[in-house]
Write a protein that binds this ligand. Structure first.
Ligand SMILES: CC(C)(COP(=O)(O)OP(=O)(O)OC[C@H]1O[C@@H](n2cnc3c(N)ncnc32)[C@H](O)[C@@H]1OP(=O)(O)O)[C@@H](O)C(=O)NCCC(=O)NCCS
Length: 160
């Protein structure tokens, strides 16, 4: 059974655990490196969780963290999907779907109109997940070479 836990600043040890697991397992998938995150200690981990308007969620299986995703607010209704990772033992089971749905829900509730992400070319598992969730290619980041993908967040008819 997989359940999701939305993180608060006091959950920084869990955020650290799952983020370090992600960066160790899949360093090719992220711009950040293990060395970046090891600097700064507790304050660095807390800072991300207390970033105004940000959202972080962890997937737990039998109490163990097996996945993570985050969302940060940008300008003009843009919300960025960040830090998506599912542990190798939990892949192909729909955990990525749960995490993406949670971040999309946050993006909509917080008034976002576009959900945006960046993924390195060749990361086929991630790209397949994002396409299935309705993301389309927008551009290529000229600095990092990442593919930028976006999804328009339409409000439900009759909704607030
Ligand atoms: C990308 C990732 C989050 C997908 O998580 P997931 O929960 O396995 O997602 P899904 O079950 O929806 O699978 C997504 C795709 O992964 C592939 N996949 C399925 N089972 C898999 C398995 N057991 N092992 C590896 N890849 C698998 C498939 O291509 C699938 O796409 P499809 O359903 O259209 O065929 C996960 O593979 C991961 O964390 N990878 C390393 C970190 C990473 O790349 N993060 C994204 C940074 S932008």
């Amino acid at each position: 059974m997989v359940r999701l836990q939305v993180l608060t600043a006091d959950d920084w040890p869990l955020w650290r655990e799952v983020r370090l697991a992600a960066l160790t397992d899949a360093p090719h998938a992220f711009k950040a490196t293990l060395a970046d995150w090891h600097r700064g200690g507790e304050e660095r981990w807390r800072a991300r969780l207390t970033m105004p308007g940000a959202f972080h969620v962890v997937a737990l299986q039998d109490g163990r963290a097996v996945g993570v995703a985050g969302g940060v607010p940008g300008a003009d209704g843009v919300r960025e999907l960040r830090s998506v990772w599912v542990g190798p033992e939990a892949r192909g089971l729909g955990v990525g779907d749960l995490l993406l749905a949670a971040v999309e829900g946050w993006a909509r509730r917080s008034g976002g109109t576009t959900l945006k992400l960046a993924v390195f070319p060749g990361n086929d598992a991630a790209i397949a997940l994002y396409r299935r969730h309705g993301f389309a290619d927008q551009s290529v980041d000229g600095v990092t070479g990442e593919q930028v993908m976006v999804k328009a967040l339409h409000r439900a008819a009759g909704g607030p």
